[in-house]
Structure formats: structure tokens, C-alpha cells
Design a protein around this ligand. Structure first.
Ligand code: UT7
Length: 325
């Protein structure tokens, strides 16, 4: 009999965007910027902005319901919810517990993970470990953000870059063949020496306020390409593959130029990179699962493919996951 292995298998994806779309031209009416500058420097054309009453938890719940429907499951089937966010509804309780109650998964494990734009990768790493060690059988892993609430809308160097949204996946622990589906390798990193390059200037234990996002964009850009190329290569190697084996890269959507430069550095064909930054902008922890859901629903990602997820963000934090669908 061939050997089997317990793996976390992706069995459903979902996403949610606030209905209100804001174009670059609309932003240029209130901020000293232009569609031309934003498109040339970032590739962003549009972002979605949450309305009053739309929150990180409501978007997360919508994405979670879509992922559950895609998996043919209900809330009661979920034993673990890991929600990645830097913009929770409240300081506590964890927004994951709000989602848990909304979908009827009460009684299982639910908590938030804070790793900013790399949050979904960190959440996947934690959920995968917990599923493989038997702490739960099925997990919802969610990235959800309302960055519009922590932007300085008078700072053109940051406010044009971000948007709101949520993405979710359902993972199920299964005994599979070694060449079968599931998460194959994950690598996560952080380097706190770069805390001051991308941060929020407030918090419950310091200012007692929520604060606003601050970023030294050029320096973040430089580190992003180096760190992402390195973690992509090392995670693929750990899984036993090379960039040539990859069917799709689903990257964090911060800047089109970062996606292109990272792909070039690894010798990856640009047409293998899923790009949604043009229509969603940077949705932090939501961007990877949002892009994943787009590519699953439009039929590009199908069963049996080798997929790489990657992200880099404040901290700095960065990471990658290699999985077979
Ligand atoms: O998700 C976490 C990870 N985050 C990232 O990966 C973001 C990484 N960084 C970036 O994507 C880019 O650095 C930015 C898009 C933020 C900026 O692009 P850049 O090519 O590095 O531009 P820059 O900061 O060097 O600014 C160039 C010029 C400046 O004017 P001067 O000093 O040359 O006269 C800025 O003041 O562009 C100006 N500028 C703008 N002009 C019009 C900055 N923001 C804007 C704007 N509209 N929104």
C-alpha cells in the first residue's frame, strides 16, 4: 500500500468587497494626485471602500459564507477560525469570534493573527499546523481588512495605495497520497529592526488612539522584492520544487512593480502571476485570499495545480506557502 500523509487540503474559497468602488480620478478630486501617477507607480486603478456599518468582521463573515458554500459545508462543520487582520472591529474580543458566532461555528477555536500584510500567510501556517496535529478537522482561514479606517486621507503617499476587502479559504485535514493535494510547505519570517518603515502611529497601550498608517514606501519596496524572491525560492525548495514547476503564483497585491520585479528575479513567467492590484489596490491581509478566490472562480486555478502564495508587510513580516490544489 502506498504511504499516505495527513495534510491540510484547500476545499473552498470565498471573498467579499464593499460595494463602493473608488477610482483614481475620484481620489484626485480630494487629494493632490493623478490617475497617471497612481497607475504608473503602482498599477492601481480602483479600490473598494467600506461604508458605515461595513466592518472587518462583516466582510470576513461574507467571505467565510462564500467559502463554506464553495466547500459544501456549514458553520457547524468548522472547528477552527483564524482571522488575519490589522484592523479588527474592536481591540478585543478577536474579530474571529464575531465571525464564529455569525456563521454558527460556536464552541470551536477562534482567534485573530496580527502580521499585517503577511497576516494571511501567518494564519495559514498556524491553521495548517493545528490541523496536522489534530487540534481540529476543518478550518476557516480568513484575511479581512478595513484599512480605509486607518489611512491619513491627507497623505497622498499612502492613502492612494490601500483598499478594503476580505478573502477566506476552507482547509480540511485529509489523509492523502504523497503526490496528492494539500499544503506542502510554509516559511514565515519577521525582522523587527524595520518596525519604523511601515507602522501605525497609535495603539491601545501607547496613545490610547487607533492611529494612522505611516510608510517609507521606497525602503519597503526595496526590501519587499529581496525578501519575497528569497522566501519564494526557499519555500519551493523545501516542498521539492523549482519556479519552473509552479502553475500559479498568488502574491500579496501591494504594487504591480513589486510583482513584476519578484517574478523577474525568480525567472517566473509573468502570465503565471495572479494580479488583482489594479481593481482591489492593497487590501493587506485580505489581498492573497481575495486574489486566490478570483482565480478559482474565473477557472484559472483548478485541481491538481502547484500554487505559491506569498506576502510581505509591516514588521517587517514575510512568508510563502506552497500547496497543491
Ligand atoms: O503592503 C505592504 C508593503 N507595501 C509596499 O510594498 C509598498 C512599497 N512601496 C511602493 O509601492 C512605492 O514605493 C510607492 C508606490 C509607495 C511610491 O512609489 P515610488 O516610485 O517609490 O515614489 P516615491 O516615494 O519615490 O515618490 C516619487 C514622487 C515624489 O515627488 P518628488 O519628491 O520626486 O517631487 C512624491 O512626493 O512622487 C510623489 N508622490 C506622488 N505624486 C502624485 C508620492 N505619492 C504621490 C501621489 N500622487 N499619490
Amino acid at each position: 500500500m502506498s504511504k499516505t500523509i495527513r495534510r491540510s487540503v484547500l476545499i473552498g474559497t470565498g471573498s467579499a468587497l464593499p460595494p463602493r468602488a473608488v477610482s483614481n480620478a475620484q481620489l484626485a478630486e480630494t487629494v493632490d494626485t493623478s490617475d497617471e501617477w497612481i497607475v504608473e507607480r503602482t498599477g492601481i486603478r480602483n479600490r473598494h471602500i467600506a461604508a458605515a456599518g461595513e466592518t472587518t468582521a462583516t466582510l470576513a463573515t461574507q467571505a467565510a459564507r462564500a467559502a463554506l458554500a464553495a466547500a459544501g459545508l456549514e458553520g457547524k462543520d468548522i472547528g477552527l477560525i483564524v482571522l488575519a487582520t490589522a484592523t479588527p472591529d474592536q481591540t478585543f474580543p478577536a474579530s474571529a469570534t464575531i465571525v464564529q458566532d455569525a456563521i454558527g461555528a460556536n464552541g470551536g477555536i477562534a482567534f485573530d493573527v496580527a502580521a499585517v500584510c503577511s497576516g494571511f500567510l501567518y494564519a495559514m501556517g498556524v491553521a495548517d499546523s493545528m490541523l496536522r496535529t489534530g487540534m481540529a478537522e476543518r478550518a476557516l482561514v480568513i484575511g479581512s481588512e478595513t484599512f480605509s479606517r486607518i489611512l491619513d486621507w491627507e497623505d497622498r503617499t499612502t492613502c492612494v495605495l490601500f483598499g478594503d476587502g476580505a478573502g477566506a479559504v476552507v482547509l480540511e485535514a485529509r489523509e492523502v497520497a504523497e503526490d496528492g493535494p494539500g499544503v506542502l510547505a510554509t516559511k514565515l519570517h519577521a525582522d523587527g529592526a524595520h518596525n519604523q518603515l511601515l507602522f501605525v502611529d497609535g495603539g491601545p497601550s501607547t496613545t490610547g488612539t487607533v492611529g494612522k498608517l505611516r510608510m517609507k514606501g521606497q525602503e519597503v519596496f526595496r526590501h519587499a522584492v529581496t525578501n519575497l524572491a528569497s522566501v519564494l525560492a526557499s519555500t519551493l525548495k523545501e516542498a521539492g520544487y523549482t519556479p519552473a514547476d509552479v502553475d500559479w503564483v498568488v502574491p500579496h497585491q501591494a504594487n504591480r512593480r513589486i510583482l513584476d520585479a519578484t517574478a523577474r528575479k525568480l525567472g517566473l513567467a509573468p502570465e503565471k502571476v495572479i494580479v488583482t492590484v489594479d481593481s482591489h489596490a492593497n487590501t493587506s491581509a485580505a489581498s492573497v485570499p481575495l486574489a486566490l478566490d478570483v482565480a478559482v472562480r474565473d477557472g484559472r486555478i483548478v485541481p491538481g495545480q502547484l500554487i505559491v502564495l506569498e506576502a510581505m508587510g509591516g514588521g517587517f513580516t514575510w512568508g510563502a506557502t506552497v500547496l497543491r490544489t
